[in-house]
Design a protein around this ligand. Structure first.
Ligand SMILES: C[S@@+](CC[C@H](N)C(=O)[O-])C[C@H]1O[C@@H](n2cnc3c(N)ncnc32)[C@H](O)[C@@H]1O
Length: 362
């Protein structure tokens, strides 16, 4: 249904002469969209068409039936931070500024204040809106997940020595490897309580939720990353919980879990100790962890992972030499190049238990 409206919006610009009452009805439908629909609207280019329509209408303000409805639509749309950024990017804010002085000053100023509110929280994004922060779909084995990556601000780029600070803004190759593993072993995941640690954009947890985990908590230590996970869960219409979990000070109030997952979570040797500490705190006798890491020729510290965990009493099975799976990205190579960070030569799955009677083996 929603798709038809996108088509209409795409159509609206060239057709122009479409019945105003019909267009108003389309706009009212857009006002009722949830964030997943808005995401689809952006992906399909519908939002760009709407901005183009706004610009056109603002030159012929005699169309007083459409203008208020169009502005109301933008008011609803711009409550979504990403949409507001895209509206600005497509030139919408200059129109609102112009309308600010005229007949539609009240509506335009409300929309401007929404946009400015978002701007003040993430200033760099306005200038750098490109494919990297545009949402994109990852398709693995016929399972589609919508993802959004974050772009570090100028300030964050300057925080050079805190190597881990923004790594979770991007999707890493290991998350594709582990997500595929989850899809191929979904019978083990269905009905289970799953915790993802060091999740970044949270692909693995989202896939676990999609295949039917009973509860999925996706965690990271960075609050922007956690906000992004919550947003991504919402646009995928999944009920994942996004929470802060810092390995340096792991909390134990998140509940009990059957399965703990993590991909590309070792960036230096000291991470192995921290992760062992997290697992020790959260593991119950029947808990199993599936951790996927890049190979030692591509990642620092991963060679310590198995020995450190074994020294803490865990049973660790490892399968190595796994390659990043084929995935389908609608944007093709162009988007692909912007997506993966430091793909490793190969990957290793670690299956970690405390009790070898668990039926979660490779
Ligand atoms: C290399 S990224 C991998 C992200 C994601 N798992 C993937 O495969 O796309 C490492 C992740 O670990 C998180 N991380 C680093 N140090 C952490 C810590 N002390 N506590 C929790 N998460 C941490 C980062 O924020 C980042 O999301």
């Amino acid at each position: 249904m929603v798709y038809i409206y996108f088509q209409m919006i795409q159509w609206y610009q060239p057709v122009g002469s479409m019945e105003a009452s019909f267009t108003c009805e389309v706009l009212r439908r857009i006002q009722l969209m949830d964030c997943k629909d808005l995401m689809d609207l952006r992906i399909s280019g519908g939002l760009e068409s709407l901005v183009a329509a706004l610009i056109k209408e603002s030159h012929t303000i005699s169309t007083t039936i459409l203008m208020p409805e169009l502005l109301r639509t933008f008011y609803v749309i711009c409550k979504d931070k990403d949409c507001a950024e895209e509206v600005v990017f497509c030139g919408g804010n200059s129109v609102f500024k112009r309308l600010f002085d005229g007949e539609f000053s009240e509506e335009a100023s409300e929309i401007m204040s929404l946009i400015l509110g978002h701007q003040s929280t993430r200033p760099a994004c306005i200038d750098s809106l490109d494919n990297k922060i545009r949402p994109f779909i990852v398709r693995l084995e016929n399972t589609d997940i919508l993802l959004r990556q974050l772009e570090p601000t100028v300030h964050e780029r300057g925080i050079g020595d805190r190597a881990n600070y923004t790594v979770g803004y991007r999707l890493w190759g290991a998350s594709l490897v582990l997500s595929l593993y989850i899809l191929q072993h979904q019978e083990f995941v269905r009905g289970k309580k799953v915790l993802e640690i060091g999740a970044g954009v949270g692909l693995c947890g989202l896939v676990a939720s999609k295949v039917g985990s009973s509860r999925t908590v996706i965690t990271d230590f960075h609050c922007n990353v956690v906000d992004n996970i919550q947003y991504i869960s919402c646009i995928n219409r999944l009920a994942c919980e996004a929470e802060i979990l810092d390995w340096e000070n792991p909390r134990i109030d998140l509940g009990e879990f059957d399965l703990i997952i993590g991909s590309d979570i070792v960036c230096q040797s000291s991470d192995c100790d921290l992760i062992a500490g997290v697992l020790l705190k959260i593991f119950k006798p029947c808990t199993v962890a599936w951790i996927t890491l890049g190979s030692a020729d591509s990642r620092y510290g991963v060679e310590d992972f198995k020995p450190v965990l074994e020294s803490r009493g865990f049973i660790v099975d490892a399968v190595s030499n796994i390659q990043v799976p084929e995935i389908c990205l609608p944007g093709g190579i162009e988007i692909c190049q912007g997506i993966f960070v430091g793909t490793a030569k190969s990957y290793t799955h670690y299956i970690i238990t405390k009790n070898c009677n668990n039926n979660y083996f490779l």
